[in-house]
Design a binder for this molecule. Structure first.
Ligand SMILES: NC(=O)c1ccc[n+]([C@@H]2O[C@H](COP(=O)([O-])OP(=O)(O)OC[C@H]3O[C@@H](n4cnc5c(N)ncnc54)[C@H](OP(=O)(O)O)[C@@H]3O)[C@@H](O)[C@H]2O)c1
Length: 296
């Protein structure tokens, strides 16, 4: 039987990442043979590798992006972490590579992994860089969907040392609720849109997880899921700068991170409201029990 997706070329970036890996799995389960752009094919498990087309390359290099997307109909684009001293400039360059590929290769549909806060355009630290990528893609005039995502559960894995000590520190007001989301659920929304391809124009869709959570509530949930007492502790931006500096980050990178919370914790109302379209199923309790408890 002929397959509906046989003629559609779908290219996935960051296929080894939290979100991209889920996109790849769902495309395979849908009967698609995606094209993956990645730096190191050895990072893919052999069963995935035999079911995909690979382009080895770096998203920092425009030629790699152009090569991977030649003849592409649909693109899942993620700005990978940028090593630049100025992360906003780094994202702008990555976004320019994506936009050039969309233009030169005539890619009809692009799904971009963006963030809550990108709508501010300026004043949200590194998220301003995702806004630059949104704008570069918008300027192509192609069909573009920006997924404005909440705070990833997986960020907690970077706090494992402090969580082991029972402390969850944050520059956010402890009772301010915001959307928290499992990146795998974002991958599901992205894959659904890549497969559907029945949408047009410039679209924005938020991905908010099952509920908004404050850091105080997160600490309660983690205490129960991890079987240890965790308390949330608010730190100042200065304390955060010092902590990031002690692990070797440059000034620009530190400001990119500090700016995300500083820019979104006051006088910010997200453009997208929570709705049936933005709500995804995985709870923090379930995720923490399955993924965080084993690594603590
Ligand atoms: N964390 C949050 O709360 C949050 C919220 C909203 C949006 N976001 C956005 O989500 C994105 C990160 O998604 P994620 O968590 O799924 O990613 P991730 O798990 O951190 O993985 C990063 C991926 O980028 C790849 N990569 C790194 N540098 C690359 C390069 N120069 N060229 C090609 N590939 C490269 C890595 O591949 P290798 O296997 O080669 O290392 C890996 O697949 C970022 O754009 C971030 O701004 C994050």
């Amino acid at each position: 039987m002929a397959h509906a997706h046989t003629d559609t070329k779908i290219v996935v970036t960051t296929p080894t990442g939290h979100v991209g890996s889920r996109v790849v799995q769902l495309l395979l389960q849908a009967g698609v043979r995606p094209t993956l752009l990645l730096r190191d094919p050895d990072k893919l498990d052999p069963h995935t590798r035999e079911r995909v087309d690979l382009v080895q390359g770096d998203q920092e290099e425009a030629d790699s992006v152009l090569r991977a997307t030649r003849g592409a109909d649909r693109l899942f684009w993620v700005d990978p972490p940028t090593p630049e001293e100025d992360p906003v400039a780094g994202h702008a360059r990555l976004g320019a590579n994506a936009a050039r590929a969309v233009r030169e290769n005539g890619i009809a549909h692009t799904v971009f992994l963006s963030s809550v806060g990108a709508e501010k355009r300026h004043g949200a630290g590194e998220i301003d860089g995702l806004a630059r990528t949104e704008q570069a893609l918008d300027a192509t005039g192609a069909h573009v969907l920006h997924l404005r995502c909440g705070y990833f559960f997986t960020n907690l894995a970077m706090e494992s040392d402090s969580l082991r000590e029972g402390v969850l520190s944050t520059p956010w007001p402890l009772d301010q609720a915001m959307p928290w989301v499992d990146p795998r659920d974002i991958g599901e929304v992205a894959a659904a849109r890549l497969l559907a391809g029945n949408w047009s124009g410039r679209q924005v869709q938020a991905v908010h997880g099952p509920e908004d959570l404050s850091f105080s509530r997160v600490a309660q949930i983690l205490s129960r899921a991890l079987g240890l007492r965790v308390r949330a502790e608010r730190i100042s931006d200065e304390q955060m700068r010092a902590a990031l500096g002690s692990v070797g980050l440059s000034t620009g990178q530190i400001e990119g991170l500090v700016g995300m919370s500083a820019g979104l914790r006051e006088d910010f109302t997200p453009e997208q409201e929570r709705s049936v379209l933005t709500t995804t199923p995985t709870t923090l309790a379930g995720w923490a029990h399955a993924h965080l408890r084993p690594v603590l």
